[in-house]
Design a protein around this ligand. Structure first.
Ligand SMILES: C[S@@+](CC[C@H](N)C(=O)[O-])C[C@H]1O[C@@H](n2cnc3c(N)ncnc32)[C@H](O)[C@@H]1O
Length: 297
């Protein structure tokens, strides 16, 4: 599978004004001050390639109409005739790296986020891929946006957000309320077991004994790493049927030597894809991808 990389854009000189909603719902983490570091540390690296590759493979398997084309996502010259455009919400979509790929497939994508900085980079990405006409951007919290748009979307992506919000159950309720009948939710969350494993491998035993997993202010380690059992319980209370799960970065982040972490990227990618749906590797994923369908049964 080949992965599209975004060209590295120069850092804008005149940054747009900071969001007038500094923290979204009180305490939710606005990424205005993290936007460029997030891009450099995740999407400009193999980390980001693995994230996009697993998500793309999962959606190809679990919702084939999202990706009609096998393998590479370079669709220029591809055949759109078989493609039924979906209405997609990228909730807390940040720089929209993944949802831009879905817009490339011909789908209509709405991105909402509380960070104007992240949305500005999302617009740049959409422009690079020439998909602006299929994307709209809203500077608004997910909670408010979803309350204003009930039963509106065929597919909602909420990737790497629940670990940054104070009231995750409210967030999930709002997301589900914005799904159309039979709509799908693609949720990823930061798995606390991944951070425990990493600390064990580094012999940081006191951190584990203190249950000290929160990132410090200004770090890319989430404020609320999530326990998979908690997320499962929250989802089980909602009108959803859980369809499938996979792990994202099941071994890459555990490679202790930074120099070795960048070795043989193609082989790492292939193995990450292979292990992401097999236990025990799946449960060790730095992120867990849960795919559900709205169901009132
Ligand atoms: C780790 S980034 C993930 C971005 C993107 N979903 C991805 O997977 O690359 C988390 C994003 O959630 C946004 N965010 C946090 N709380 C939010 C909320 N309540 N409503 C909307 N966006 C929120 C942040 O501003 C940030 O852009």
């Amino acid at each position: 599978m080949s992965i599209r990389r975004f060209p590295i854009l120069p850092k804008p000189k005149n940054l747009p004004k900071r969001s007038s909603i500094p923290n979204g719902k009180e305490g939710d983490r606005n990424f205005d001050d993290l936007a460029h570091r997030f891009k450099r540390n995740v999407y400009d690296r193999l980390k980001g390639d693995i994230r996009l590759a697993v998500l793309q493979r999962d959606l190809q398997q679990w919702l084939p109409e999202a990706f009609n084309f096998d393998g590479a996502v370079d669709l220029h010259g591809g055949d759109f005739s078989a493609c039924k455009p979906l209405k997609i919400l990228d909730a807390g979509g940040g720089q929209a790296q993944f949802s831009c790929l879905l817009a490339e497939q011909g789908h209509q994508v709405t991105v909402c986020d509380i960070s104007s900085e992240m949305l500005s980079l999302a617009r740049d990405n959409a422009a690079q891929l020439q998909v602006e006409d299929r994307m709209t951007f809203h500077l608004e919290s997910i909670q408010d946006f979803c309350a204003e748009h009930p039963q509106s979307f065929d597919l909602i992506l909420c990737h790497a957000v629940v670990e940054w919000v104070v009231e995750p159950q409210l967030l999930l309720e709002r997301l589900v309320s914005s799904l159309k009948n039979d709509g799908h939710l693609s949720l990823t969350y930061y798995n606390v077991n991944g951070i425990k494993m990493k600390n064990l491998l580094r012999a940081n035993f006191q951190k584990i004994l203190d249950e000290d997993y929160q990132g410090y202010r200004g770090s890319l380690t989430p404020t609320f790493p999530r326990q998979p059992e908690d997320v499962h319980q929250w989802l089980a209370k909602l009108p959803l049927e859980l369809l499938a799960e996979s792990g994202i970065r099941c071994f890459h982040d555990y490679i202790l030597e930074p120099d070795q972490r960048v070795l043989e990227p193609e082989k790492q990618l292939e193995l990450e894809l292979r292990f992401s749906q097999q236990e025990p590797w799946r449960s060790l994923g730095r992120y867990i991808h849960v795919f559900s369908k709205q169901s009132f049964a």
